[in-house]
Design a binder for this molecule. Sequence first.
Ligand SMILES: Cc1cc2nc3c(=O)[nH]c(=O)nc-3n(C[C@H](O)[C@H](O)[C@H](O)COP(=O)(O)OP(=O)(O)OC[C@H]3O[C@@H](n4cnc5c(N)ncnc54)[C@H](O)[C@@H]3O)c2cc1C
Length: 479
Amino acid sequence: MNQQIETGPREAVAAPTISRHHNVPVAYEADIVVVGGGPGGFAAALQAARMGARTIMVERFDMPGGVHTSGLQGSADVGVGGIHTELMQRFADEGYIYTATETTHPGWAGNPLSHYERNKAPGSEFRRMTFNPEGAGCVMAAMLQEAGVIALYGTSFVDAIVEQGAGNDRITAILVENASGLQAIAGKIFIEASGTSELVARSGAPFVRGGGGQPGGTGWDGVERPIPGGLLWTMNGIDFKKLLAHQETAKDPLLQKVMAEAIAAGDLPQGVYRPRMSGKFVYGEAYIGHPTLDMSPISADGTYVLWQNVPYEWALHMDDNVADHTTAKRALRGFVNAEAKFLRKYVPGFESASIASIGRFVGVRDGRHPIGEYVVNIEDVRAGRRFRDAVTAPMTKTFFWEGFQKHTFEVPFRCFLPKKIDNMILTGASLSFEYRTLFMVMRNFPWCTQTGEIAGFAAARCIDKKIGPKELEWTTPYF
Ligand SMILES: Cc1cc2nc3c(=O)[nH]c(=O)nc-3n(C[C@H](O)[C@H](O)[C@H](O)COP(=O)(O)OP(=O)(O)OC[C@H]3O[C@@H](n4cnc5c(N)ncnc54)[C@H](O)[C@@H]3O)c2cc1C
């Protein structure tokens, strides 16, 4: 990896402080306040409002959906029940599902440029469903509106007002910043759905920072690094047939020959493309360290989503360090720009392609991991542990760090309950899961939507019964 990065100015270690005391208007009061509108927050707000709770959701971008809309992920799956199934159906009804198969994309299965189908036998059957991220965001916003959720967009959660109790603490309000300025939103139950556990951090609940010890050891130099985040972007106008013909006739399946040509001509900076980490550290062949191009069909014929991941060795903590955050945004947009220019100039099939969109944020894969009343870990999964407060019937999932082994296990409601704060419920990527368990399988779109629905249900139940989430007796699986 020859690419040099210039990090932005670092924050001063012993920064001077400024005191700012003033009254903040309580702009809204609600039963349930949801921080973040990704799959977890969306489903939580929808479910709570449908059960009659006065619900407010704050979202810093302009639509719900998180990584899957604002972040352009767009993977659609077969419905797993509840709101997830309803959502998939609604996307289909509104014409936002696009399905690629061996018939629409002959030569895609087994193609080394394919993000998902590269390991399939050439010519084999495949079915890749995606939803159009922008269209999906419109549908999700409409669904929240229909259910009576007060969804505030362009609204950033900035802090939590916490009241100290004899035992645990309680959040009484959150502070948000938006077009109206600094506002407070008071509530009874708060749902953590920021994807990076910001509500947990600001309210003083315990968590483990991303980048903890990873299976297979730490990096080659002993440094612990977060699993890198990534920026997704889309290009349209790609002629895949022409690209495939080039790969075959030039005997250049990974486009390494054209890359070498572009680098020699000074048209492609060294390091834009990284070698696949082939079995090293946590990634194996399955994950990050994409070799060349890494793409997947999305939204419409000729349109593909491409991945730009933070190089592993940079060890950026984008969720809690603004210099790292800025570096990731600037550097990855630079990579996207270089990659797009290279593709158009050098690679047959891309001559008429153009950048369609770039994700609104660099997604964090390994941010803070809250410590809940129970932390689900890999041993629970391996042992197939059962819980009296299981939220679903036993689930069977494939764990790729376990040699693609299948495990059947349950998840207890206690991992939705953070330690120290009595009136908060966790969802999505912010559940109390040990990161190996979370990263391997428990952070996908269907599961995050399910956990959101469970959180919304639990919160509304508590409002109804006038109890806190930790007093809620959970005896029957929801799914
Ligand atoms: C690069 C990348 C690729 C991925 N690929 C896949 C994949 O192929 N398939 C799959 O199923 N899953 C994938 N995932 C995982 C999946 O996208 C996440 O685990 C899932 O989106 C988490 O859902 P969430 O609702 O917890 O958080 P998020 O989707 O992160 O949503 C959080 C929301 O909260 C908002 N928010 C955050 N902070 C604030 C704040 N302070 N104020 C207001 N709003 C705030 C954000 O804008 C966002 O909309 C990927 C994740 C990343 C990062």
